[in-house]
Write a protein that binds this ligand. Structure first.
Ligand code: K7E
Ligand code: CUA
Length: 650
């Protein structure tokens, strides 16, 4: 949303300035503010009622907050190396960041979405997209660790994901940038009709395993956001697109020429059936599929080749376009599955489409046009209603399960509550400042928990103490249990949370893993007790299986390592107790420390460059004698014949 943001900022600087005025804290005094404080106060030792998972945007990660307190509970590394835990630095996790472009240490994550059963959040996994090097990740909500990352070939700018269908059958991913498919060397200004916009359909097995089933090779527009149908519209997916102009330069002007762009309505069940019956053709496409195994504590990366591509014209009755005014962004489906809300960023009104009317128009072959062979339905025959002049720059809509919708307006910097069916505006509340997405826990399911709403704001300005030119972004928590939305609190968020996913805490908290069973550890270099710790040499490779327990390493003195060796330190944390990690670091290592959870094994590589006696230590304050948790490795000259020796207390 950065680019959109800047664009809208530049064309509407005046409106923006007025909306970012100094009307903050207007109703925060006295008794009112103390009753608000009570609503967000979670006493020491007590737990929050909801988890909120915020995308990290350009941090590539996912952060976990408690609601209503706004306390940050954890940062989960997903697409970016994370020295705090060693993710992407340890030998076991480096494969997670492998791609067809090689090792990519960073990602841009926008939209988390929690798995569902029968349209309700089930709390098994959370998925999140990566925009820049198109990928989707699956994170376990038992371990809060990234377990799987699949790359999406032939796609560029995986923005319209990772939204899941109501039984977690599929995640779809759009391509934000139209690109040649297959990629090839060609003049950019010949893109019209030549570039494509493949939409990827990734299936999810019962054990969570992701599989790229097929890609729908759509015309070369930019597919921006998507949501699955639910309830009555289950089986369909809806994508907003922009740049139906197929412009390739000065997009802020040239991609805003047409009065209307399209929502693509895709009957994925029909296409899945078609593919199951042998439809589609296998086209080129190289992609990495990375899976983390909880037993070996190790990830493997497999490079895959080829993907089934479906031409939308080949599956009759599966793909349609619905006209939508002026550069749409958000595309949201209400809990009943009947209403599809498209937010034209430059439109003054909000268009709401009817799923039933769409089906009728399709049955009557009521088409007004076709675009590259895809039937275009009429606006008039699909529109359910229009929310008149709700605000400026609508982006995203969520639902409370009580028949109300909440839409964010970036330019007028507010959230507007309106009624589904009557389209009347019920309330509006300012946000500070320039809200992007909003999140109601479960807001993307059949059963939202309509108690809180979080506005995810782009600009922070004067809300907190200044911290130089860069301020963390800001979230605002609203109580939406009454007729009017009530702003309760602000809290800073890390990176750029575009979207977030919330869930009632009791659905997942009791399943949260406390430690890994040492007896189930199948890492090839595990040492399950101090007596199993070893040092072995194989040419110039030295493998050290070392244990950690409060408050020493075994072994803690090692000799016989030489300059030019490649030393693999395999660390096993012997603790079988909740929340007792140990860390490991050694001077001269060209990697981060690693943090090893109880029962887990992790490896760092150290290539000693100079002779000497080099210390290592535990990085996590684990006991009163944490500071004593240390040791030495003696490094001799490359041609020395110092015997290999390792001891703990001689
Ligand atoms: Cu609107 Cu990436 Cu969902 Cu940003 S996107 S706000
Ligand atoms: Cu182990 Cu500090």
């Amino acid at each position: 949303m950065n680019t959109i943001g800047k664009y809208l900022l530049s064309i509407t600087a005046l409106i923006f300035i007025t909306s970012c005025g100094n009307n903050n804290n207007s109703n925060n005094s006295g008794a009112m503010s103390s009753s608000k404080a009570e609503k967000v106060y979670v006493a020491p030792g007590e737990h929050d009622e909801y988890y909120a998972f915020m995308s990290g945007g350009y941090s590539g990660n996912l952060t976990v907050y408690g609601l209503p307190s706004g306390r940050m509970l954890k940062e989960i590394p997903v697409f970016s190396q994370f020295p705090t835990s060693g993710y992407g630095y340890s030998e076991e996790t480096k494969p997670m960041l492998n791609t067809s472009f090689g090792f990519v240490p960073w990602g841009d994550s926008h939209h988390p979405d929690i798995s569902q059963t029968n349209g309700e959040l089930d709390g098994r996994w959370i998925f999140i997209n990566e925009n820049n090097t198109p990928r989707i990740a699956r994170i376990s909500l038992e371990t809060f660790e990234t377990e799987e990352i699949i790359e999406l070939p032939n796609s560029a700018g995986n923005h319209a994901s990772s939204f899941v269908t109501e039984n977690t059958e599929y995640i779809v991913a759009g391509t934000r940038f139209a690109v040649p498919n297959p990629q090839r060397d060609m003049p950019i200004n010949e893109m019209k009709g030549q570039f494509k916009g493949p939409l990827s359909f990734v299936s999810i097995a019962d054990n969570g395993r992701l599989n790229l089933e097929f890609q729908l090779n759509m015309p070369g527009f930019n597919y921006d956001l998507a949501h699955p149908g639910r309830n009555k519209s289950h089986g369909w997916f809806f994508f907003t697109s922009y740049n139906t102009e197929e412009a390739n330069t000065l997009m802020e002007v040239n991609a805003s020429q047409n009065d209307k762009d399209y929502i693509a309505a895709v009957n994925w069940q029909k296409i899945a059936e078609y593919v199951k019956n042998g439809g589609g053709e296998k086209v080129a496409g190289t992609y990495a599929h990375n899976v983390y195994d909880e037993k070996t504590h190790t990830a493997t990366s497999t490079m895959k080749e080829g993907v089934i591509s479906v031409n939308p014209k080949d599956v009759e009755g599966a793909v349609f376009y619905i006209p939508i005014p002026k550069s749409p962004h958000g595309c949201d489906v209400d809990p009943s599955g009947e209403y599809i809300i498209g937010s034209g960023k430059l439109s003054t009104d909000l268009s709401v489409y009817s799923f039933e009317k769409m089906l009728t128009a399709i049955a009557n072959k009521d088409f007004v046009d076709d675009s590259y062979g895809i039937p275009v339905l009429s606006y008039e025959n699909t529109i359910a209603g229009v929310v008149k002049q709700p605000g400026l720059g609508p982006l995203h809509t969520e639902f409370d399960g009580q028949g109300n919708a909440y839409t964010t307006f970036f330019i007028s910097s507010e959230v507007v509550k309106w009624k589904l069916g009557t389209w009347e505006i019920l309330d509006r509340q300012p946000t500070f400042y320039s809200v992007g997405h909003l999140m109601i826990p479960g807001g993307n399911s059949r059963k939202p928990f309509g108690k809180y709403m979080v506005a995810l704001n782009k600009i922070t300005k004067d809300r907190y103490l200044p911290t130089g030119p860069e301020l963390e972004h800001s979230a605002q928590l609203y109580d939406i249990s009454g007729d009017k939305m009530e702003l309760l609190s602000d809290f800073p968020t890390h990176g750029e949370p575009h979207y977030a996913a919330g869930i009632r805490a009791d659905i997942i908290k009791d399943k949260s893993k406390k430690y890994y069973e040492l007896s189930e550890n199948e890492h090839p270099y595990v040492a399950k007790s101090e007596s199993e710790s070893t040092v072995t040499r194989n040419g110039n490779e030295v493998h050290i299986s070392m244990t950690m327990i409060r408050s020493h390493f075994s072994p803690d003195n090692i000799e016989g390592v030489k300059v030019g060796d490649k030393v693999y330190l395999h660390l096993t944390n012997l603790e079988q107790d909740f929340d007792v990690p140990h860390g490991f670091s050694i001077i001269g290592a060209n990697t981060s420390e690693i943090l090893v959870m109880p029962g887990q094994t992790k490896t760092i590589v150290w290539e000693p460059k100079r002779e000497g006696v080099w210390p290592f230590y535990c990085t996590d304050f684990c006991s009163a004698l944490h500071q004593e948790m240390q040791g030495y490795i003696r490094v001799s000259a490359a041609n020395a014949n110092t015997p290999l020796k390792f001891t703990l207390d001689e």
